[in-house]
Design a protein around this ligand. Structure first.
Ligand SMILES: Cc1cc2nc3c(=O)[nH]c(=O)nc-3n(C[C@H](O)[C@H](O)[C@H](O)COP(=O)(O)OP(=O)(O)OC[C@H]3O[C@@H](n4cnc5c(N)ncnc54)[C@H](O)[C@@H]3O)c2cc1C
Length: 416
């Protein structure tokens, strides 16, 4: 069923009784070509591109709960491609280009909004670092503008320019960055993949792997054993847990990240803004709520909720940047489990076990990567070779010392 203005009008005439379910809630079959473990953004987008780009449709996405309830529906929805390193930038720019055509590709309104992402700087050295990043972006063909304090003030007059302890000196703006409606991204990919024949199997937890010799040939699940030629893990915060079932120990730790939404206010924040002197980022949803977050809680956890010291820290940073935010009430907050890698960059690679492939280590930046991650993971699963923009995301880079440390923080997951 195609969504369009005409289908909307047709349904309006029949009292909206003719809408079909957006995707089939499939029963698992005994065997598939490819199994994707995890029905988050990355598992679903991989299934879509496997079917669409490579013609591989004998695919199952196995999700232990309901799709969209993991990080794909818990994030603060920011999309951008403002990366410095050559190993990262082309990958995130591919993602941005896929975002730009996503709604036409999926025939689904994911509310992709290129309202701009502005990273503020508060010191000369921070300006220099942002100028370097902006130059690297432009050399990769990505848009970037370095703004001075006056230009930031005319865009965002409500920020604290007068009494701030760390005065705003300017910002690095990527106008093509912005936001997308996170759960609609999961639904859109699920619908498009299902239409091409992919089985989306919900309430199907993978509890173990089936091996024959050195090769993994299937999974044990809460709904029985299922065999497959290739198995891709895309379980985000549960990556180390699922990998452990296959006997793999990965350079990934799980930490909580929290997000907050305020009551709705009139249009105020026109773009995504990040504070450079503390950990705080804010945008405004189309419903009017201010959507914001800060740092990870900083300790290992598999709980999808965080603790009060981080709530306090995020709110303090928000007040320091934007004092008016103290007048709005927070109506919702939640946490998600982040798969923090040792260098802050992801892994899209084969594992040392035949038949088992890994997509993980997204830290707190995997939402913006959803399209390219699926595109490149599908390429790897279909052709057994890395896509050219994902070559740096190798699993052995930690052992080989070829880290992709975008932030320059060293091998400490809690700092990335
Ligand atoms: C509060 C918060 C804010 C964030 N903000 C941003 C942001 O602004 N921009 C950005 O780019 N990124 C952001 N992120 C990060 C981003 O959301 C994640 O990196 C990304 O969504 C992870 O990929 P995913 O969508 O596939 O994960 P998920 O949606 O978590 O998918 C993994 C799925 O695997 C399933 N699963 C786990 N174990 C099993 C099993 N054994 N069997 C079957 N299924 C299993 C889970 O139930 C889950 O549905 C944020 C994350 C959080 C929590």
């Amino acid at each position: 069923m195609r969504y369009s203005i005409f289908s909307l009008l047709r349904q309006a005439l029949v009292g909206h009784r003719g809408w079909e379910p957006a995707w089939r809630d499939a029963e698992p079959k005994p065997a598939y070509d490819v199994i994707l473990v995890g029905g988050g953004g990355h598992g679903l987008s991989t299934a879509h591109y496997l079917a669409k780009v490579h013609g591989i449709t004998d695919v199952a996405v196995l999700e232990k709960g309901w799709i969209g309830l993991g990080n794909v529906g818990r994030n603060t929805t920011i999309i951008r491609s403002n990366y410095l390193l050559a190993g990262n930038n082309p990958f995130y720019e591919l993602s941005m280009k896929l975002w730009e055509g996503l709604e036409q590709d999926l025939n689904f309104n994911a509310m992709v909004s290129q309202r701009g992402v502005l990273n503020l700087y508060h010191s000369d050295s921070q300006r220099d670092a942002y100028a370097r990043r902006g130059n690297a972006m432009r050399m990769h063909g990505v848009d970037a503008e370095l703004l001075d304090a006056g230009a930031v003030r005319s865009m965002l007059p409500f920020l604290d320019f007068e009494n701030a302890r760390f005065p705003i000196q300017g910002g690095l703006l990527q106008r093509r960055g912005g936001t997308a409606r996170h759960d609609a991204v999961a639904w859109g990919y699920a619908r498009a993949a299902s239409e091409r024949g992919v089985d989306i199997v919900q309430n199907c937890e993978v509890t173990g792997f089936i091996s024959e010799g050195e090769r993994i040939v299937g999974v044990r699940t809460s709904r029985g054993d299922i065999r497959a030629r290739k198995i891709g893990m895309a379980v985000a915060g549960n990556t180390s847990n699922v990998a452990r079932m296959a006997g793999l120990r990965l350079p990934i730790e799980s930490h909580v990240l929290q997000a907050f939404v305020s009551e709705a206010v009139k249009p105020l924040v026109p773009c995504v803004v990040t504070y450079g002197a503390g950990h705080f980022y804010v945008s405004q949803s189309d419903k009017g709520g201010l959507v914001f977050g800060g740092n990870i809680d900083g300790y290992n956890s598999y709980a999808q909720r965080g603790n009060l010291p981080t709530v306090e820290d995020v709110c303090e940073s928000g007040m320091a940047l934007m004092p008016a935010i103290g007048r709005v009430r927070i109506v919702r907050s939640w946490g998600g489990i982040m798969d923090m890698s040792m260098d802050g960059s992801p892994i899209i690679d084969r594992t040392p076990i035949d038949g088992l492939y890994l997509n993980g280590g997204w830290c707190y930046g995997g939402f913006k990567a959803t399209p390219a991650s699926g595109y490149c993971f599908a390429h790897l699963l279909a052709r057994d070779e890395a896509h050219e923009v994902a070559r740096a995301f190798r699993l052995d880079r930690f052992a080989a010392g070829r880290l992709l440390d975008e932030k320059g923080q060293g091998p400490q997951p809690n700092l990335h």
